[in-house]
Design a protein around this ligand. Structure first.
Ligand code: 0X9
Ligand code: ZN
Length: 435
């Protein structure tokens, strides 16, 4: 009842005007489960709502592991029911709250300390921490006031608002040199709890804005492309993670269900289908929404990409975790006709990633590498908006810390993503321009 109890409390607190208490995960465990047959896997999935399971990692195939968070009130019942299946179960995380307390620090609000000077080499934004949404929007606004090296300009556009009225902002980083240029679109924070995604997008913004002079790769990138970045697609969910650290969805009110939120990455209007890796249950973490594109946060991206998609060569959506560089499709196991081009560009990206800190990222179509899930933004970008090179990138790690990635790992994670991105952009520029 974690989610539904939360909802009742929300109503209660609204009436009493009290701040909502933090949801804690004391006694919650993450179990690693190995299933032996497809049938057992289906039975396992059917237990999601009954035991309020939070699936942290889906298995890729029979005998691959699944990671599942389960609360103390359901542990015995769940383990008991697992006993009737042919599975091997072990404990990956003993106590989720302890993991959160030990390894993640609260997000910081830093707008006041961003440097107010011109022509220096950085904004002063703390790149190795997690930031509040307000802090991120202040940061984007600050960049537009900067005189950046090499004539680079930063322009901010509001794509729209969220359910709770927060402003979803996009920044364009552009150099006056080179061209004519096509665009690359990067977003983060579709899923609320994946804090490393907005942090990584901010890291990229900062480096593109301030480093074209001393980084040849960035200079070349900006000579070839304008880069458009949206650090937080789902600001309401992102802010809500202050109370409910493992919240995934947005904060839509779902009729009278008593459960809030739609999984935005099941809501995009291209082969939208709750039956493929989504859900029709508003209480599920993978609720696909009541109809395709129902959510304002989805519409913000959809409308922009429908209007301007023809100007973009690439769409990268940054998620965590799992260390993967995935391309469409998520709605089918069939591959796009041009998948070899997408595979090759991803290959250059993961090679550059490996080169930097020896981290291994897996490449493949999302259905064949991760799991089938329709309504993802990558599928829409490619199939609905016609952007050839569309990807979901799952950043670090592979399960040690999961969503509670310590701030000490923000820098290497973001650094290697930037290296991968630069290699990727070089690949697609050569492929599309023949030079
Ligand atoms: O399930 C998702 O939405 C993504 N994984 S995550 O752990 N970040 O939630 C993967 C999405 C891959 N793309 C599509 N299925 N279209
Ligand atoms: Zn995600």
């Amino acid at each position: 009842m974690l989610v539904s109890i939360g909802c009742i409390c929300v109503l209660f607190q609204l009436a009493l005007c009290l701040p909502s208490p933090k949801v804690t995960y004391n006694g919650h465990k993450v179990l690693e489960i190995l299933h032996k047959t497809e049938d057992d896997f289906k039975k396992l999935l059917s237990m999601e709502l009954k035991f309020e399971l939070d699936i942290w990692k889906m298995p890729k195939h029979v005998n691959d592991s699944m990671y599942v968070r389960v609360g103390p009130q359901h542990l015995a019942g769940f383990v008991n029911e697992l006993g009737s299946l042919n599975t091997a179960v072990s404990t990956l995380v003993e106590d989720v709250q302890q993991l959160i307390d030990t390894h993640s620090s609260p997000r910081i609000h830093q707008s006041h300390s961003i440097r107010r000077a011109v022509n220096t080499k950085s904004s002063g934004m703390n790149l190795f921490n997690y930031h509040t949404h307000a802090s991120i929007n202040n940061y984007l606004a600050f960049l537009t006031t900067e005189v950046l090296p090499n004539g680079v300009t930063a322009t901010v556009k509001t794509l729209g608002t969220s359910v709770e009225g927060r402003s979803v902002q996009m920044i364009r980083i552009s150099s006056p040199y080179g061209g004519p240029k096509r665009g690359i679109f990067i977003d983060g924070g579709i899923h609320a709890r994946e804090w490393i995604a907005p942090a990584t997008v901010i890291y990229v913004i900062e480096h593109l804005a301030y480093n074209p002079n001393n980084d040849a790769g960035i200079n070349t990138l900006l000579n070839h492309f304008d880069v458009y970045l949206v650090p937080v697609v789902n600001p309401d969910g992102y802010e809500y993670t202050d109370h409910f650290r493992l919240w995934r969805k947005n904060r839509s009110v779902n009729g009278r269900s008593g459960c809030l939120g739609v999984d935005l990455n099941r809501n995009f209007p291209f082969h939208w289908d709750p039956a493929v890796g989504g859900s029709t249950d508003p209480c599920s973490d993978i609720y696909s929404g009541s109809y395709k594109g129902s959510e304002p946060e989805t519409a913000n991206i959809v409308n922009y990409l429908l209007n301007y998609g023809s100007e973009f060569d690439a769409y990268l959506t940054v998620h965590s975790y799992g260390q993967m560089w995935l391309y469409p499709w998520g709605y089918t196991s069939a591959l796009p006709n041009d998948y070899l081009d997408l595979d090759a560009a991803a290959g250059d990206a993961v090679a550059a990633i490996k080169n930097l800190h020896h981290q291994k990222y897996t490449i493949g179509s999302s259905t064949n590498t991760l799991y089938a899930a329709a309504g993802g933004s990558d599928d829409f970008a490619k199939g609905g908006a016609g952007i050839k090179y569309a990807y979901t990138i799952e950043l670090r790690d592979t399960g040690t810390y999961g969503f509670s990635l310590p701030t000490s790992l923000v820098q290497p994670t973001a650094e290697e993503f930037l290296a991968g991105f630069l290699a990727f952009a070089k690949n697609i520029y050569i492929k599309e321009n023949g030079k």
